[in-house]
Design a protein around this ligand. Sequence first.
Ligand code: ZN
Length: 121
Amino acid sequence: MASFIQKGHLEFLSENQKAKLSKHFMTASITLMPHELAVLLGIEYPHALAVLAELEAEGVCEMKLLIYHNCEPEVPAGAIPFGIGFPDLPWICPHCEQSVENEDELSFDFIAYFNQAIEFV
Ligand SMILES: [Zn+2]
């Protein structure tokens, strides 16, 4: 079961890029991070983030803000829904259990969870 993206949406993507995106969802995971999408489509990170935000607006995925603490920079320490902003400080890191007072200790990325495959029509 796929959800279909109608004509008139995501028009800033080329037909080729839409085809790549459709193919990705047939064969690969249902999560996408902006840097993965950027590589997949050959676009820049901010553009990829805009595509994911647009897909969320279409209701086909749910975006989360991933929170990384510099105690373990490769492993997300938390995730909050996209659009509510950044976590309130102080924020307790579940990895090291320290109270983070300074946003400089944190870094952020995004992940989109797709509830189903999408296909452009
Ligand atoms: Zn930590």
